[in-house]
Write a new protein. Structure first.
Lengths: 198, 181
């Protein structure tokens, strides 16, 4: 039933004498790569000879590498003077360098100037009302102004329809003022004068 | 690097210790034998190289389980390569259980024409067989397995195994006549 026919025997004999392609090197490389992934040896260095890897040698190489990288970082840090002179705090506070003092304006802010809109609430003023802040306060950080409007307004303040504002943050060291926005508003307009209680 | 010819037992011990030099030496020692087996289950040389590389990775991973008392290393490696070859064929084709004939007509193959052909020509004809038919033909005609053993190996019925063998013979007959003409 399961006896092989004569031609099958012929085929079997022929196949046993089949010439073998010379692919041993490339097949071994594939085997080696897969074994390095699945069963890595202690000294799995690329191109290195097999056998007898020392863990101390690996530790020494790791330590040297860390020292080398640390040295590179230190050299880069000390050779770059610009990063030394600017302290971190000032960098954060002066992220938007704009030397002009805080002003209330009627214009629309520039499209990219989102920071100008942040302290909008306290800076919204009617044209006829006295200023919310005095000059000294205006020279300070705008965030301070924004957080404590009630302290500056002991009494009720009538607020007219909002006016588009573009407060410009100024550094205390800067003297430059930009001419922008509506004209004719004096600095005394910004002074807060509480209403007299009757 | 020239592989050092070592005693097979020493190589086995080295492979159990995951020594790359021992593994390479063992591979090169068995390369010719293993490749001839892999070629029977492949479509071409590159296919055979795939089968061989996967098979030897399994050999080195499981060599710790090899027991010389249960059989020779040749037979053990051959079994792994055959299984890898069959998996390779199965990945290309499903072994259908639905094809089954009660009576199979046996085609006649010209033995004389076969004798005149070279081994590489015969291999080319065998490699062109459909995957499932290829597997059954190699297991039966080349490896000498019975239809029952083939059915167990490939998870098919004996009838399906016989059908595939009949198909293989038809293909061989057609190819030989084509070459003759």
């Amino acid at each position: 039933m399961d006896q092989r026919l004569s031609y099958e025997l012929i085929i079997s004999e022929k196949l046993e004498s089949l010439p073998i392609p010379d692919m041993a090197d490339q097949v071994w490389l594939r085997i080696k790569d897969q074994l390095d992934l699945d069963m890595p040896t202690d000294d799995n260095e690329p191109g290195g000879p097999g056998g007898g890897g020392s863990p101390i040698r690996g530790l020494a190489w790791t330590s040297l590498s860390i020292l080398f990288i640390t040295a590179l970082v230190a050299i880069f840090y000390y050779r770059n003077p610009s990063t030394d002179k600017i302290p971190a705090k000032e960098t954060i506070n002066n992220a938007a360098p704009a030397p002009a003092p805080v002003k209330i304006e009627n214009e629309q802010p520039p499209p990219g100037n989102k920071r100008a809109l942040n302290p909008v609430a306290p800076a919204i003023l009617p044209k006829d009302q006295p200023a919310l802040v005095n000059d000294d306060v205006a020279a300070a950080d705008s965030a301070v102004i924004a957080t404590s409007p009630n302290d500056l307004l002991p009494g009720p303040v009538t607020i007219a329809p909002p006016v588009t504002v573009q407060p410009v943050i100024t550094d205390s060291n800067s003297v430059q003022k930009k001419k922008r926005g509506a004209q004719g508003i004096k600095e005394s307009d910004y002074r807060i004068v509480p209403k007299k209680q009757e | 690097m020239q592989a050092i010819a070592l005693d097979t037992e020493q190589l086995i011990e080295g492979c159990k210790g995951n020594d790359r030099r021992a593994q390479e030496a063992l591979f090169r020692q068995f390369y010719g034998f293993a490749m001839s087996i892999a070629l029977r289950y492949s479509r071409d040389e590159h296919d055979a190289a795939d089968i061989l590389s996967l098979a030897f990775v399994k050999v080195f991973k499981s060599i710790k389980n090899f027991d010389p008392a249960k059989g020779s290393l040749h037979a053990w490696i051959k079994k792994i390569i055959m299984n890898e070859g069959l998996d390779h064929i199965k990945s290309r084709s499903r072994f259908s259980e639905q094809v089954e004939l009660e009576a199979v007509a046996e085609p006649v193959v010209n033995n004389a024409a076969l004798q005149e052909m070279g081994a590489d020509e015969i291999m080319e004809i065998v490699q062109k067989l459909p995957p499932a038919t290829h597997a059954v033909f190699v297991l039966y005609a080349v490896e000498g397995y019975s239809h029952r053993e083939i059915a167990d190996q490939l998870s098919i019925s004996e009838g399906t195994s016989r059908w595939h063998l009949s198909e293989a013979r038809k293909h061989l007959q057609q190819q030989l006549e084509h070459l003759k003409n």
